[in-house]
Design a protein around this ligand. Structure first.
Ligand SMILES: [Zn+2]
Ligand SMILES: [Zn+2]
Length: 167
């Protein structure tokens, strides 16, 4: 993958976006998975061995700085989007770490607004079963293949759209 350590194009995080969602959007712009891009960025900074998945709850500050520098963003701005910072005092068991359920109406709203699809912070709250905005059930299974939802973002007409990894 040929990208300079400073990425020429990097979308900004949305106000209510998960850090890992923003990273997935940056990486997808380069046809990469977030982990692949992070290994690359870490390698450029000479700390390949430290590359690992970013955690939405308490992200590693060293890795956040790496992304922040590559994307010319204040690392504090990214840290404030971590779940530990957004929901201080919340027990970690009340935050979902595996499958993140999604609201399809939110994704439709992204299309209507002409922006990238992205994952909302409150989708990781264990008690959140309904989208507070659309009053529809959050889905943790793909409506087409019924498998546990694992999304990947792909570019479609210049904007990222969610796709099921399994079907
Ligand atoms: Zn919604
Ligand atoms: Zn599917």
């Amino acid at each position: 993958m040929m990208v300079p350590a400073r990425l020429p194009v990097a979308p900004r995080p949305f106000r209510d976006e998960l850090v890992t969602s923003w990273m997935a959007r940056v990486a997808a712009r380069y046809g990469a998975e977030p982990f692949e891009l992070m290994v690359f960025l870490a390698g450029q900074a000479g700390r390949y061995a430290g590359a690992r998945q970013i955690d939405d709850v308490v992200p590693d500050m060293g890795l956040l700085r790496l992304w922040a520098k590559a994307c010319r963003i204040d690392p504090e701005r990214l840290r404030r989007r971590s779940l530990a910072s957004r929901y201080p005092g919340r027990p970690q068991g009340w935050l979902l770490t595996e499958t993140v359920p999604v609201c399809l109406a939110c994704f439709d709203a992204d299309v209507a607004a002409g922006r990238d699809a992205y994952l909302r912070k409150n989708w990781r709250l264990a008690e959140q079963v309904v989208c507070p905005e659309h009053r529809t059930m959050l889905l943790d299974r793909c409506p087409a293949c019924r498998g546990h939802l694992r999304l990947s973002l792909r570019m479609l007409n210049g904007l990222l759209r969610p796709f099921c990894r399994k079907c």
